[in-house]
Design a binder for this molecule. Structure first.
Ligand SMILES: [Zn+2]
Length: 241
């Protein structure tokens, strides 16, 4: 029997035109969904990164302070964004490992939805019990929690000054490493080199050693195994209305 499934980014549909990636740490976009994001940008999709924290504890090198590490990682983030051709990066500037899906974060995410008008959100799966990093769960949770109020005129009306309108997010795609029924598998083999190049911009995390990204190659190869793909990323869709 012929396998009629296809694994390219056309699975997301023509209606995906403006994406916002709600991430927790500077290297989350590249590692978790970078291949897919590159392929979407190449397809003409506008992509904005909304970054919850500056990743300011992400080192064992104590010659850094939290301030100098944050500055370094913002620079690395912008370098990675350039590799992919992202439209914009919004830094929320929270401290690493202290991101909380509270009312303040909800309002910050809603403001970004309203300013950027994404039709589609990519974020961590906040419902995945295997998620070990609290910032990842918080980013995903806040991304979902902001969806409904961001559509409503009476929610933080001060955000709607000038030409800013209520948001109209139509769909979510969750990433983060789970492996379950209903996931979409995206062939990122043709974007693999680009994904590696953008990930390597995060020098404070991965240095220049060839083997530093072997874990990532293994993860993406493993994800592709199901479908005979060299490298793949997987997403769990959630439709909203
Ligand atoms: Zn992270």
């Amino acid at each position: 029997m012929v396998d009629e499934r296809h694994f390219d980014v056309s699975q997301f549909g023509e209606e995906v035109k403006r994406v916002i990636v709600v991430a927790a740490h500077p290297d989350d976009l590249e590692t978790a969904c970078g291949g897919t994001i590159k392929l979407l940008v190449d397809r003409g999709v506008e992509v904005v990164l909304l970054l919850g924290t500056d990743g300011d504890i992400g080192t064992h090198d104590v010659s850094f302070t939290r301030e100098t590490l944050a500055a370094t990682r913002r620079e690395e983030t912008l370098n990675g964004a350039r590799v992919f051709g992202l439209k914009d990066v919004i830094f929320l500037g929270h401290h690493d490992s202290e991101l909380v899906a509270d009312l303040a974060l909800r309002a910050e995410v809603a403001a970004a939805y309203r300013r950027c008008q994404p039709d589609t959100v990519f974020t961590f799966d906040p419902f995945w019990v295997g998620q070990a990093h609290p910032d990842h769960t918080a980013a995903g949770r806040a991304a979902v929690d902001a969806y409904m109020p961001s559509k409503m005129e009476l929610y933080h009306p001060e955000q709607l000054a000038g030409s800013v309108n209520v948001a109209d997010v139509k769909r979510f795609f969750f990433f983060g490493g789970s492996n379950r029924e209903g996931e979409m598998t995206i062939d990122i083999s043709s974007a693999w080199e680009s994904k590696v190049a953008a990930t390597r911009c995060h020098v404070s995390q991965f240095g220049q050693k060839e083997e530093a990204l072997e874990w990532l190659a293994e993860w993406n190869r493993e994800t592709g195994k199901c479908c005979g793909l060299e490298y793949a990323e997987a997403f769990h869709p959630m439709r909203v209305w």
